[in-house]
Design a protein around this ligand. Structure first.
Ligand code: 7TS
Length: 411
């Protein structure tokens, strides 16, 4: 069926994802846990298989054909990421294991070098643990202070409070683009503008953004941007840290080893140029090439169309969920991505998850690695459906019907 808003045939799109044809307990798989990880299109799976079956060689070192080819493909993937993020240079694209490693890299290399005891790092209350704990480790080791900007009952960052907290002691701001627990889309451009007016660098955690909206790091103006390949239809174990060249050049390396050096002697080691300075050792070559294929695929579908489709699903899903007796949505920001977090009467999220699982419906139950968000909303956990462009209205109907059954069980 052709969707009027997006002009695409959803069934055709779904055929690109072999796992969507799978059954669970004899029921069609209804995959609604895309914030945890997205499914992979056939072209990404084929790219990985092809690489290992026909092209496998280490990069940057062999003078033989396969190694040169692998090096070329690795480089080409970096170029694709540069285009995807609209970065000024591919030297600003560092391949890492994922968002978590990217943030840890910045906390370690930038934080340990440029932040002094008493300096403050400001984050919103809605952050994933991976944008909290690295700063707490830095606080323990370097004596910096972590400051938290409050969120309102809709799950939006309270901008007036944020501005008040942005004092002269704040030397770094780290903020999620899209909250994985609430779906809130932060006004990142405005946050960057406010911080930069005071000379404060900003890191953006883009883990939940890149597969759902188009990102232009130069337009946002941010200094660092982090994301994971596996949440963007790509393989696990690979991700990206974008960093402004000027800052990356000033930062010391993250890890030492092969590839990150130009020359080594026991007296003096000279580090390599960007981006290699931050890529010690053999990288996840297949993963990077697979991520390149994922970027080609998603760009072919078009993030503008993806956004239209997902916003339609969000609107529909919100309306249908609110028809379930006793259901309360946690996270009702005006600017919201297609994430539906909710609590349902007295039913525990894990029980809901188990009941839905028996119907082949994969959703997440728990704190979503955002325990402070649960504390803010005074709930132990939420049930969360997180949507992707290959999800359908029928899948939402299936989930909602199962939730009606849950309410009957718990009455
Ligand atoms: N930041 C955000 C906003 C996230 O949602 C996640 C993962 C991460 C960072 C960490 O990404 P990783 O790839 O390095 O692990 N979020 C989730 C989730 O919502 N459910 O499972 C993982």
């Amino acid at each position: 069926m052709i969707n009027k808003g997006t002009g695409w045939d959803i069934e055709k799109v779904r055929r690109d994802f072999p796992i969507l044809r799978e059954q669970v307990y004899g029921k069609p798989l209804t995959y609604l846990d895309n914030a945890a990880t997205t499914q992979k299109p056939q072209i990404v799976i084929d790219t990985l298989t092809q690489y290992y079956a026909k092209e496998n060689a280490n990069i940057h070192r062999g003078i033989f054909c396969l190694s040169e080819q692998a090096t070329k493909r690795y480089k080409s993937a970096r170029h694709k990421v540069q285009g995807f993020l609209h970065a000024a240079s591919d030297q600003e694209i560092i391949f890492v294991r994922g968002t978590t490693e990217a943030i840890n890299l910045v906390a370690h290399c930038y934080g340990k070098t440029f932040l002094k005891p008493g300096d403050e790092v400001l984050i919103p209350h809605m952050e994933h643990h991976s944008n909290i704990v690295p700063w707490q480790i830095l606080a323990e080791q370097n004596g910096i202070k972590l400051k938290v900007a409050p969120i309102n009952d809709q799950g939006e960052l309270m901008m007036e409070e944020f501005v008040k907290l942005l004092t002269d002691r704040v030397k770094f701001v780290s903020v999620v683009h899209v909250s994985n627990a609430l779906g809130t889309v932060n006004s990142v451009k405005e946050i960057v503008r406010l911080a930069h007016a005071k000379g404060i660098p900003v890191l953006v955690d883009g883990a939940q953004a890149v597969a759902h909206t188009s990102v232009d790091v130069q337009d946002l103006g941010c200094d660092f941007y982090a994301f994971s390949g596996h949440k963007l239809l790509g393989p696990t174990g690979v991700g990206v840290l974008y960093g402004r060249k000027e800052l990356l050049e000033k930062m010391p390396p993250y890890q030492g080893g092969g590839d990150m050096i130009r020359s080594v002697s026991f007296e003096k080691t000279v580090y390599n140029d960007l981006p290699y300075k931050f890529e010690a050792g053999t990288p996840h070559i297949a993963g990077v090439i697979g991520l390149g294929a994922a970027i080609d695929y998603i760009s072919g579908i078009g993030l503008d169309r993806i956004e239209v489709h997902e916003q339609e699903l969000l609107k529909y899903g919100t309306k249908k969920l609110l028809e379930v007796p006793g259901l309360r949505i946690i996270g009702t920001a005006k600017q919201k991505s297609a994430i539906l977090s909710f609590v349902l009467g007295e039913a525990h999220a894990h029980d809901i998850g188990t009941i839905l699982d028996r119907q082949g419906i994969a959703i997440r139950a728990g704190h979503h690695c955002a325990m402070p968000v649960m504390q803010r909303f005074k709930v132990p956990a939420t049930t969360r459906a997180s949507l992707a462009f290959y999800n359908t209205v029928e899948e939402i109907d299936r989930m909602v019907a199962a939730l009606h059954e849950v309410t009957e069980v718990f009455q």
